[in-house]
Design a protein around this ligand. Sequence first.
Ligand code: ADP
Length: 159
Amino acid sequence: MPLIAVYPGTFDPITNGHTDLVDRGVKIFDKVIIAVAENPTKNTLFSITERISFIEKIFHDNTKVEIYSLNKLLVQFAKDHNATVILRGLRAVSDFEYEVQLASMNRSMEPNIESVFMSPAEKYGFLSSSIIKDIAKHDGDLNKFVHIDVLEALKKKLR
Ligand code: ADP
């Protein structure tokens, strides 16, 4: 049985921190499914179509990565895609409490799915989509932190 992980998130927009985590994930799992939350509680800057198209562009030549929109309970989505692992990123201690809460809720609903946490390269340890949007608003240099298409789209949107 292939070992399939789901990597869920809002990805508004995808950053090099997210990409780094997926690149690490495919070294361990046979497949990583990026599940892009369609209706998150957050108000997103980019539409679901835009968020997915950035991710598709970045991983188009990686056959171990698949991308879907997520509009149902995560554990149900995982079961529907034969995934037995939920992959999440842990940057700092501040992520810990929320992530453990989420993992515990998911486990109580579906005990056969394990949450696995990975940490990104140190240079992305402080990176988040919201910080990216803040810096973009003030025209800061984001070259090292997002894909060129994301950079251009941010400039257009926030100009
Ligand atoms: P969510 O709204 O679910 O937190 P995000 O798109 O913000 O969605 O994040 C999706 C996942 O990616 C989360 O597990 C988050 O901790 C992780 N993540 C976000 N930024 C980084 C980063 N710079 N490095 C590693 N993981 C990250």
